[in-house]
Design a protein around this ligand. Sequence first.
Ligand code: ATP
Ligand code: MG
Length: 555
Amino acid sequence: MSEERSLNFLEEIIENDIAAGKNNGRVHTRFPPEPNGYLHIGHATSICLNFGLARKYNGKCNLRFDDTNPVTEETEYVESIKNDIKWLGFEWDGEYYASDYFETLYEYAVTLIKKGFAYVDDSTAEEIAEMKGNLNTPGKESPCRSRSIEENLRLFEEMRDGKYKDGEKTLRAKIDMAHPNLLLRDPLMYRIKHEHHHRTGDQWCIYPMYDFAHGQSDSIEEITHSICTLEFIHHRPLYDWFIEQLGIFPSHQYEFARRNLTYTVMSKRKLLQLVNEKHVSGWNDPRMPTISGMRRRGYPAAALRQFSDTIGIARRENIVDIAMLEFCVRENLNKTSNRVMAVLDPVKLVITNYPEGKEDIFDAGNNPEDPNGGTRQVPFSRELWIEREDFMEVAAKKYFRLAPGNMVRLKSAYIVQCTGCLKDDAGNITEVHCTYLPESKSGHDTSGLTVKGTIHWVSVPHARTAEVRMYDRLFRIEDPSNEEGNFKDYINPDSMNVLPGVYIEPALAGAKPGEAVQFMRKGYFCVDTESTPDKLIFNRTVTLKDAWVKEVKKG
Ligand code: ATP
Ligand code: MG
């Protein structure tokens, strides 16, 4: 895609490390999700980055579940994460779980106690917070800080054995209560949680904190480049401190900027709220910024990879316009999806000089972008469905579609001339009438006419009915997380519009979930996972053009 682009800062670091012979030129990264939700498009960036670097430098990339918090983690999430990574096109070298290291981490903690670098504290969470101090004031040392090594060893073992209740004791690193970096003021290493863990069950009632699990897990796996998002930059000295005191493999942490997207929220905690409070149908609702939602919506994996690559890796927090992502989606779908006809808002067109009972079968090309795309058969008859908006009783200026007297081409078929319409008592148009020019057959046109408009259609007796779900932005404003009040106040009430009676070509009758098509002039659509042969359901993946920008400017 971007062979010519210059190296990003991580590639520069890696190339320098390789040149210097660091780790014998070995590159080993990891993607470390916490299995507390489904992955979102921000994670996709991290996946493409970590797996991409490993691929580029002939290295390895592990998948490591950062499952140190038993309360929020579930096996369902583990499965969805694996599925999403595979779908994105990556394979991990090793599948690991931080929980597999609980015993080793416990031993590491014992090592630190023995070296006088860790102690058991009886202070409550509030007391610990109070004694922390702030940027201007040094913290206060806990009275437990001077406990003997023997006592600490005994108490820590008792913590493990379940002698204490949640919150009654913690294990803390003994660093410096006056350290300018607050994270180094005797950070917590272990807390007591009598909770069932999705993998270790009830084996443990003490769980390591992120800071005493992540770096150690990296080290156990001999990760060379541990890439995380910028909010961990102040944790790096602690990451290094633990590794140094333990004398274990020196993994290094590098930070890049979290990637956000306009008109959505990205934190799993917020996405979980949308799911639990039923603002969406689930984690894989096609409006969700999750990988599974985007897959169901019809976004190709290649588009997500392209998006991750084109926006590059930044050092500063940034919010990317969702239009960029949609651009990548369109570019991919344009090359791969077949063009078909579907009428979303139907009105009947009657060709009064086309004999009743007669039909034509047209061979229509599937994809002008793909010479090997083949053709399909499209039946034509006297009565067709067309879009209501393709007829006007009184043509507006520059309206080149159907209006009394106007001529248009019916895509892949004939030129017709509009002769009028029928209405019901309420004045609604019930039928549009026209005549056709037999000599104007597409591909064999001898009429000598050129017309300015081409419209799509579906033959009434041959049409199948489908439900089409039209999607729009989930939020009304660009950055709902950054706004006053609750992000949920900014949910777009019109983010989904269901069209129950859409007419589609019979060629689509057997379309399978996941199949992507372009409904000519209407956008890219895909068959939803809930679709069945008896009830076809399509999702609108993306419009053909970015209509939103115009809408906003119009106000
Ligand atoms: P969230 O805040 O959405 O729950 P998280 O960072 O807690 O995200 P993890 O499961 O810990 O989620 O993330 C796994 C990896 O993905 C981490 O290395 C994290 O830095 C990265 N990551 C998460 N969100 C983003 C994002 N928006 N942009 C880039 N990388 C991200
Ligand atoms: Mg996290």
